[in-house]
Ligand binder design. Structure first.
Ligand code: FAD
Length: 458
């Protein structure tokens, strides 16, 4: 049944050149780069802090900053991301890179340091922030361009006007309301499963040693003996900066029919939050009973929200695919690179698929076309999309959804928006070369097409 809501007048919060929806990895870089390039920018975030899944979902680990280049691991994401990392380092909030599955690096971080460093970066660039503002709808002008974003705030309903909108909501909320085409899940509608992340404290780091190597076997044994059942294999249990504090990525949340809990469905989300906490309590019992060094561990923190890997993905001018990732694809309109492999969170399992090591250069370029929605009748030309809801197939997204690629897409989207405004054209009309030149000036590594092995190793 539907209820008719009476029409009402909405107060205008402000008018901007660029409005960025969502303050996750993509939104932080989109807002910062648009403002750095001279645009008047509002960054809108439903929580009271930035970081997206990286803070609100307790991720606390950057993947995708590095690639395995012919058997040697090196950082391939730079540009304004380096400024964010420097700010985190200055807060003593960034670990040295660690090896994952013997093949690639990730970098653990302190969640509070990410929040504070992100605040610092966007403020230094001149971004205006509006926290505690949940975007709930859009309106168009007489020419069909997107004109207004509606927000629910503690001050009541508000409207924000902008000339360019960048959807960094992770769930393509803005694109959904604006009528842009999107996909959800694979051909059968299956999405990556979400995880409720948690941290345990009071671990005896000396006795725990490299427990992440032994835990999978201990889990198999505990499951075989019938003592414990686990929602999935492929647990990721790693120490943070101090070895008495470990993060645990092991829960897996499904609907009653076994399909992945849906991050765009309030009922599904509610059930998953409850089930996630139940799984966490259960897993702590396993850690305490079976893993040396964890006997006195306790739940230090459960992430404020369920970690959502995949919901809507906008259909853009190009969709990044599995083959692009595994074949280390080149694109003439590169905006940066992704060095993370396919990481597929399927029912009960996590599957990894890598580009050939050491034969391949280990990263694919990311095309500008994946952040530009496919144009057509009725599609507004003043929207860009960056981050995990950008234009990728289900499997392509399993790789390029990680923080490193989201930073890359965000910096490109913000820079593109500012350049397009300066040129008086729609973002979809921007020539890639103009954007690439500016991104290179900002220090972005575009993944040179004919890069020699020697250059790649520098
Ligand atoms: C459990 C889990 C573990 C992961 N592990 C890793 C890892 O180890 N390393 C790694 O690099 N990546 C990891 N990832 C992936 C990575 O964290 C995300 O893909 C990445 O954060 C996506 O960035 P984003 O900016 O596109 O979106 P998000 O991080 O999802 O940010 C979107 C932001 O938009 C806001 N928002 C959404 N809708 C609205 C709205 N309507 N109004 C206002 N604000 C809104 C949200 O609050 C959020 O801040 C993991 C993800 C999950 C779920």
């Amino acid at each position: 049944m539907m209820i008719t809501e009476p029409a009402r007048q909405v107060a205008l919060h402000g008018e901007y050149e660029v409005a960025v929806l969502g303050g996750g990895p993509a939104g932080i870089l989109a807002a910062a780069s648009a403002a750095r390039n001279g645009a008047r920018v509002l960054l809108i975030e439903r929580y009271g802090f930035l970081g997206g899944m990286g803070t609100a979902a307790g991720v606390s680990n950057f993947c995708g900053l590095h690639a395995n280049v012919h058997g040697h691991i090196r950082q391939v994401v730079h540009g304004m991301t380096d400024e964010l990392l420097d700010r985190m380092r200055a807060l003593d909030g960034l670990n040295a890179p660690h090896l994952i599955l013997g093949k690639i690096h990730a970098q653990a971080y302190d969640i509070s340091a990410f929040k504070c460093a992100a605040d610092g970066l966007v403020q230094a660039c001149g971004v205006e922030l509006l926290f505690h503002a949940l975007a709930t709808g859009t309106a168009r002008d007489a020419d069909g361009r997107l004109d207004t974003l509606f927000l629910e705030t503690k001050s009541g309903r508000r409207a924000v006007r902008a000339r360019v909108f960048i959807d960094c909501s992770g769930d393509a909320d803005l694109a959904h309301w604006a009528g842009l085409p999107y996909e959800k899940g694979d051909e059968a509608g299956h999405m990556m499963y979400p995880t409720l992340m948690f941290k345990v404290g009071n671990v005896d780091g000396v006795r725990a040693q490299e427990a992440w190597k032994t835990i999978p076997t201990l889990m198999d044994q505990a499951q075989a003996s019938g003592e414990f059942t686990f929602p999935r294999r492929g647990a990721i249990v790693r120490p943070q900066k101090h070895d008495y504090e470990w993060r645990v990525n092991v829960t897996q949340l499904a609907n009653r029919d076994g399909s992945a809990a849906d991050g765009t469905d309030a009922v599904s989300l509610s059930a998953a939050e409850l089930e996630g906490r139940r799984q966490i309590v259960d897993y702590l019992s396993f850690l305490r009973a079976k893993v040396p060094g964890f006997e006195q561990a306790y739940i230090l923190d459960i992430a404020p929200q369920l970690g959502i890997r995949e919901t809507r993905r906008v259909v853009g001018q190009y969709m990044l695919t599995r083959e692009d990732v595994l074949g280390c694809a080149d694109f003439p309109d590169s905006i940066g690179v992704n060095g993370w492999p396919l990481e597929i969170h399927a029912a009960g399992d996590v599957q990894w698929v890598w580009p050939p090591i050491p034969e391949s250069r280990g990263y694919n370029q990311l095309p500008l076309r994946m952040i530009v929605p496919r144009q057509g009748p009725g599609i507004p030309d003043n929207v860009l999309v960056a981050g995990r809801c950008a234009s990728m197939t289900h499997e392509g997204q399993s790789a390029a959804r990680v923080s490193g690629s989201c930073f890359v897409m965000g910096e490109a989207a913000g820079t593109a928006a500012a350049l397009a405004l300066r040129a008086g054209i729609a973002p979809a009309q921007l020539a890639p070369q103009a954007l690439q030149q500016q991104l290179e000036r900002q220090g972005v590594f575009l993944g040179a097409r004919e890069q020699s092995r020697e250059t790649a190793l520098q």
